[in-house]
Ligand binder design. Structure first.
Ligand code: MD6
Ligand code: FE
Length: 215
């Protein structure tokens, strides 16, 4: 057992981002093709769409969800909803592969009790971006967030507890997983405008899965 732990930590390149936040380089690499296949199946039921911010702007990132709850934004605000407002149906279930990956990454980063009930799926095309924000629509801030990057690389902006804290810029690639919790749970973060490119599995897109315990 001790040897196994050593073996794991030997091979897992973990970069601390802040107290409570870590980047697990390549943690999802071997699963990338299967994860992207599952995203296609989910999107066949709950299509990607460009949501509207409460301020009336169309988001450049296309989104869908799986899980008991899905993150949605419209003129009424941001919230988690059990139903897809586009179809009126429940979101597809979180695939077993997603759950195994998310709970494994959380445990590796020091959060062994993570039980996600929501998975937001973000799709970026070149030029799409996510401005600095905090994730604060969840009920329990003691639960971390696990964020899986697939496809084209991106620049992750990682700031502090205040919007005006100047963010660090971290390049993230296919298979990288960020885990975010504890004292870093409410850090401001975002994604810089995606550079053009082509990925052998995801084409001209970056796909991001963020797992949360919403309720
Ligand atoms: C993205 N991610 O990577 C957007 N939020 O496409 C996020 O907004 C995010 O990566 C909370 C924790 C980790 C994240
Ligand atoms: Fe976020």
């Amino acid at each position: 057992m001790a040897n196994y732990e050593l073996w794991r930590s030997d091979r897992q390149l973990t970069e601390p981002l802040a107290d409570g936040a870590a980047l697990l380089r390549g943690f999802a690499s071997k699963d990338a093709a299967n994860l992207l296949d599952a995203v296609r199946e989910i999107a066949a039921i709950a299509p990607f769409r460009h949501m509207t911010t409460p301020g009336g702007y169309r988001m450049s990132v296309a989104m869908t969800n799986c899980g008991e709850r899905g993150w949605v934004s419209d003129a009424n605000g941001y919230r988690y909803d059990a139903f897809d407002p586009e179809t009126g149906r429940r979101w597809p279930a979180i695939p077993e592969l997603f759950l195994t990956l998310a709970t494994g990454a959380a445990a590796e980063a020091g959060f062994p009790n993570f039980r996600p009930d929501a998975c937001l799926i973000n799709r970026y095309e070149p030029g799409a971006r996510l401005t600095l924000h905090q994730d604060r629509n969840e009920r329990d801030f003691t639960q971390p967030i696990v964020s899986v990057s697939l496809g084209l690389p991106a620049v992750f902006l990682f700031g502090g507890a205040r919007r005006k804290d100047r963010p660090r810029r971290i390049r993230i690639e296919n298979g990288d997983v960020a885990v975010w919790g504890g004292p870093a749970r409410l850090a401001f973060h975002g994604i810089a405008p995606l550079a053009a490119g082509s990925d052998s599995l995801a084409g001209e897109h970056r796909i991001n899965l963020t797992f949360r315990k919403a309720c």
